[in-house]
Design a protein around this ligand. Structure first.
Ligand code: OAD
Length: 288
């Protein structure tokens, strides 16, 4: 790529947004931290907290790893309340994505977030690809059981750190536990529809990504360390002449951006909206 990255150049970023018609926004946990939801890999993130709790040598991503859940679902239930979707609230940056949609510029928001804050901001469902699933549904983990229910029905268990069980399989549990079948620990345990390491991404991702990569005329990456494939690879599949803007607290070194807006995503949202002459819903919001 010929262009050198530019640090903190919001006016050029606003010009690119003004011209663009098919923007892909790849978002991550950093756009929700101002709501008090931790990100994963920062010093104050979920994985640092887990590492100090589980001790040295522990792998904090185990909490979202399918094999581990099947052996020990309690680990996930012990921490999942920290990433439960909040009611109603959303950030200025979520408002900014909604505004891109209202202005007819948002091709898609590929979110890695499982907090569903996009819904609170009113971003249209067809504009969102939830790359790592969501808490919208909860499903029985037993391989031959198809029981599925509203995700919110297991929120009380998650808040109390108590396993939620499937009404069909739970009565069989004592027998199963005695027989020590494979995955017996998670037999009949409900698991939210979030994508764990070791699973494929939701079908909606596969259905839209190729076409979207072709049609994208501006890429905005926000609030993500861009470390988890395949989302981290989207950037490599988009034509190199499509401009790329990073909005993030920390720089990303493993790929190039044309513009790096380093700082709080909410500040970037207000700043860009101001330059574009747009009003966001959050005039009085203060980023933490
Ligand atoms: P990470 O925790 O890896 O990265 C969050 C990024 O957001 C970091 O680079 C921070 O610097 C930045 N950040 C934090 N607060 C910010 C703020 N207020 N404004 C701007 N930037 C801020 O989170 P993700 O990249 O989203 O998987 O993680 C990707 C996936 O890894 C997650 O979806 C999760 C995890 O394992 C699942 O949940 C299955």
């Amino acid at each position: 790529r010929s262009k050198l990255p530019q640090i903190n150049n919001p006016s050029e970023a606003a010009d690119l947004i003004a011209k663009a018609k098919n923007i892909i926004v790849i978002s991550g946990a950093g756009i929700s931290t101002s709501l008090g939801i931790p990100d994963f890999r920062s010093d104050k993130g979920l994985y640092a907290a887990l590492k100090s709790r589980l001790g040295p040598g522990a792998n904090p991503t185990d909490v979202f790893t399918l094999d581990v859940f099947r052996k020990d679902p309690e680990l996930f239930y012990s921490i999942a309340e920290k990433v439960l979707p909040p009611d109603q609230i959303y950030t200025p940056f979520h408002s900014f994505i909604k505004k891109l949609s209202d202005e007819g510029k948002l091709l898609r928001n590929y979110t890695q977030n499982i907090d569903a804050v996009e819904d609170n901001a009113g971003i249209p469902a067809e504009k969102i690809i939830r790359c790592h699933g969501s808490f919208h549904k909860a499903n029985c983990e037993t391989s031959d059981c198809t029981y599925s229910t509203e995700g919110s029905s297991i929120f009380p268990n998650i808040r109390e750190k108590k396993l939620a069980f499937c009404p069909r399989c739970a009565p069989k549990r004592p027998d199963v536990l005695k027989s020590k079948c494979a995955n017996y620990a998670s037999y009949g345990v409900m698991r939210p529809g979030i994508t764990f390491f070791g699973e494929n991404l939701p079908q909606a991702y596969d259905e839209s990504i190729d076409e979207d990569e072709k049609n994208c005329d501006l890429l905005i990456v926000a609030g993500t360390s861009l470390k988890v494939p395949p989302v981290s690879k989207i950037i490599d599949e988009i034509a190199t002449d499509v401009p790329r803007i990073l909005i993030n607290m920390d720089p990303i070194h493993h790929t190039d951006f044309d513009i790096n807006l380093l700082g709080y995503s909410d500040d970037a949202a207000f700043y860009l909206a101001g330059l574009l002459g747009w009003k966001l819903d959050h005039e009085t919001f203060e980023a933490k």
